[in-house]
Unconditional design. Structure first.
Length: 219
């Protein structure tokens, strides 16, 4: 699509912020962790996986459960199994909850003595309340999309690029989804979606997005 031709449906940028609350549930053992995982609200699953991802950049432990299993329980094998769960494979928190809880349950079946062994410190379940407000900024073209992304807060970038998988129920992000649907550029959409947010900081992700967009903006 020629850059002078704007999309009929603009991209709506959002200002996102998150309120964190510590819940009353806590786990002193892996058995307790597994039990709580089955019943805590999905917003807590979200907090300890999708939202906590930024805290675990450059480590193998891509979620809080894996981090705690290694640091507080000294269960390296379980930590590796939990850390190997890739949130990019899930568009439903219910499905993600299931695989997390099943991973712990399966491990404890193989290592029953680990179920009630006290951890060095408890796991505190938390949750995040998302507040998303549409901005005045909209994009009708790829150039306007790039300008908008350059000015986004990191939390808003997280909302559009990572959390979008749950909102869209697709293994994609808001930018790629809009580019494919309104610009007719599936190749570009795929390039953006393959940017690795596991090995990048959010600022690094932003710069990768902008570098990927630049050649297409200049066409």
């Amino acid at each position: 699509m020629n850059e002078t031709n704007g999309a009929q449906r603009p991209f709506q940028f959002v200002a996102a912020s998150y309120l964190t609350r510590i819940r009353r549930e806590r786990a002193w053992t892996l058995g307790e962790l597994g039990s709580h995982l089955r019943v805590i609200p999905e917003c807590s699953i979200f907090f300890h996986t999708f939202q906590s991802l930024e805290a675990h950049h450059y480590t193998y432990f891509t979620n809080d459960f894996a981090q705690w299993a290694e640091a507080a329980c000294n269960e390296d094998v379980l930590a590796e199994e939990l850390g190997a769960i890739d949130v990019r494979d899930y568009v439903s928190l219910a499905d993600l909850r299931q695989v997390l809880a099943d991973t712990i349950e399966d491990y404890l079946k193989r290592n029953p003595l680990a179920a009630d062994r006290p951890a060095f410190e408890p796991f505190y379940f938390s949750e995040e309340v998302e507040v998303a407000i549409p901005l005045e900024t909209k994009a009708f073209t790829l150039a306007e999309l790039a300008d908008g992304i350059a000015g986004l807060s990191l939390q808003s970038l997280h909302y559009h690029f990572i959390n979008s998988r749950l909102r869209l129920h697709l293994r994609t992000n808001d930018f790629s989804n809009w580019i494919e649907e309104t610009q007719g550029l599936p190749e570009l959409a795929d390039k953006l979606n393959r940017i690795d947010f596991y090995t990048n900081t959010l600022e690094g992700v932003r710069q990768e997005i902008l570098r990927t967009l630049q050649p297409w903006v200049l066409r």
